[in-house]
Design a protein around this ligand. Sequence first.
Ligand code: SF4
Ligand code: SF4
Length: 428
Amino acid sequence: MKDEELRRLTALCARCGTCRTVCTLYPERKAEIAVARGKVAVLDAALTGEDEDARGVQEALTDCLLCGRCERACPNQVLVEEILMKGRADMAEKVGVPAWKTILFQGVMRSPAVKGAARRAAAAGQRLLTPVPTESGLHYRFPAGFGTAGRTVPRLPAKGFLDTLGRGEAVSGEVMLFVGCVFDHVYPQVGRAAYETVKASGKPVAVFRDAPCCGLPAMVSGDRRSAMMCAGENLRRIREAAPRAVVFPCGSCLLMFRRNVFSLFPEGHPLREDASFVAERSVDYASFLLSEGVLDRLPDPPAGEKTGEIGYHDPCHLSGTLGRGPQAREVLSRTVGPAFAEMEGADLCCGYGGTFNAREYPTSARIGERKIALAARGGTKVISTACSGCVLQMRDMAARLDPSLRVVHIAELVFQAISGAGRSPGRR
Ligand code: SF4
Ligand code: SF4
């Protein structure tokens, strides 16, 4: 029974409070309910029937960035992320999932054609917003009074990355590229950079067309059914294609297939074997480039130029949960040489948190602005990273705070080095 499994997980919490000392949200909320210990206590009370306010419990569990800092610091190895996601799903079963979310997850994000149509419609609507030129490309600012507290959004492209591929191009190959919704529809230049640089391995590359969303946004919203539909469809199609490796430019999509699918499809589920097959072959972008020797073919990086101006932001899921920070740093140092230097606050969460950003934008923006300001004060001029949510958040923060700061995906830097293009990465 699900509740018993949750109780087994929450029972490991010794209430020591270590999680409070590292929690991204605690300095904002200054309340016990913000930290893992408080959330575990609230959930325990709900599981034992002491607290019957399912909506209140849902609210407490949802007010979290799922950055995983508490889980990594916990001396008892409490699986905080798993507890929060299972708890959200349990509470959603009691109070329901809002209809608009189900439509978004099942009707839009599951269908590549509808995602494309939604992007085109949103692009047309952007003309009503105020343009903000930034070093990372044009942004638009929402008008004041929309409850968006100065939010900016990137200019949406007329074509997604997959639209730019030829009909017979990248349809089959032993390496599969899982581009993800954001690097297809919002930043197609990142999708292109990832594709070209993965192709530089010399291996035949198939770009996964018709991919539904990975399912993570639905999962963190407690909408287990939609998450299983999205993730399950991906698992079946990848298994059918039987690639040797699946490469992910986005750390959050990778986390979904390396770890979260096992929670959605436990032992005994018909898709469990497919989940294991895909997880074993799923690899982050930087590790793939290193293992295939792509960087061995790069020209020497320019010595001494712009020393220390390029930093790396650790995506919580990729560097923290999956431990892939060193690989990204190695790719960067070998690509840009001494221009790479550790950035102030590199491992601090950017404040995005997926659905947290949509629900709690002012808080998300305060956390993000602090991160950006710290990096800029330390002399970083270009922030590179490897997760779609972090790129979205930090480009928004740069547009709000310091439009001269550039935010790029590491693939853009590698592509620039490979192609020898003089164009600055991140510009459109
Ligand atoms: S650090 Fe771990 S054991 Fe300690 S209170 Fe937080 S979740 Fe519980
Ligand atoms: S996941 Fe992050 S924001 Fe959520 S409780 Fe843990 S440290 Fe705090």
